[in-house]
Design a protein around this ligand. Structure first.
Ligand code: MN
Ligand code: MN
Length: 299
């Protein structure tokens, strides 16, 4: 089962200047092969299909526990895309007018944001191609699955860095700074799991991190709080064996890594107002709020 908390992992800046083309690039980090949909679904199904759990509890706990954090990452990238698309259609127009609100939208590189969705995140990559179930690798061989997960986190990091280079949008940069740090934790966690399992020093396979987090100013606030050394235990009572793997030194700074009980404190979601250009057939602006007010008064 899963317990939901209606907060984002971190505070995101409020939407100000839209950038729909940069939002399209960020889509890769949500629904691309190496995006957050892939991390959440890989670890979720690897945990669902895990056989012989009792004999391999720390590994099961690690994979299943990280899948919960990844859900929050999907949520954070989706909120980023929503923020970057806010204001991308002409806000001076109201519903009911025709031929005025989306004149520029066809120039944007991902028109699905405007035609198929209400200026929201798609379960798709930067080209608008849908996320696919065969991005999930689950062989049933623990070492192979963990090696894949290490590879997935490493590829995800490379793509985050490229999207970082493509946009300096403040919402994207805030999200990227945090996820570079958190993805780094998972990369090291799977490397540690493989080292426990096989004795191989997996981190030596890749020059990792070839571009350290310290190069990105947006990672600093998280590293200063030690988030690169923390694995959150995303459960009130379960997944207690993750500390059998998440222990010892962090390969980057040599400091002790640590398990923290419970999810991060998080922050409220930024408000993303209704977008006038998308209400077809839709309600007048403010009409939904009146309906909701009446419902709450009746209750
Ligand atoms: Mn992630
Ligand atoms: Mn991850």
């Amino acid at each position: 089962m899963i317990l939901k908390i209606d907060r984002l992992a971190i505070e995101l800046p409020m939407p100000e200047d839209p950038d729909p083309d940069a939002a399209a690039a960020v889509q890769e980090l949500l629904g691309g092969r190496f995006g957050e949909m892939s991390t959440v679904m890989n670890y979720t199904f690897q945990s669902f299909n895990f056989r012989g759990r009792k004999d391999a509890k720390p590994y099961y706990d690690l994979i299943s526990n990280i899948s919960a954090e990844e859900y929050g990452h999907v949520e954070l990238v989706a909120a980023t895309i929503n923020g970057m698309l806010t204001g991308a259609s002409d806000p001076s127009q109201v519903n009911g007018e025709v031929g005025v609100t989306l004149p520029g939208a066809k120039e944007n590189r991902l028109s699905h944001h405007f035609i198929v969705s209400g200026q929201g995140a798609l379960v798709a990559n930067s080209l608008g191609q849908p996320w696919q179930g065969d991005y999930v690798f689950n062989s049933g061989d623990l070492a192979l699955d963990l090696l894949h997960d290490f590879f997935l986190e490493s590829g995800a990091r490379a793509q985050k860095i490229r999207v970082y280079e493509m946009t300096d949008h403040p919402i994207a940069r805030q999200m990227l700074g945090y996820l570079l740090v958190r993805g780094g934790v998972h990369q090291v966690a799977y490397a540690k799991a493989l080292e426990e399992l096989t004795g191989a020093t997996v981190t030596k396979l890749l020059n990792m991190p070839n571009v350290p987090n310290s190069k990105f100013p947006e990672t600093r606030q998280w590293e200063e709080r030690g988030l690169h050394r923390i694995l959150y235990r995303f459960s009130p009572d379960d997944y207690r064996e993750i500390d059998k793997i998440w222990k010892g030194e962090h390969p980057q700074d040599g400091e002790e890594v640590e398990v923290v009980d419970g999810p991060p404190e998080g922050a409220p979601r930024p408000d993303t107002p209704a977008q006038p250009g998308i209400g077809v057939p839709g309600y007048e602006l403010g009409e939904l709020s009146d309906i909701a007010q009446r419902m709450m008064q009746r209750a």
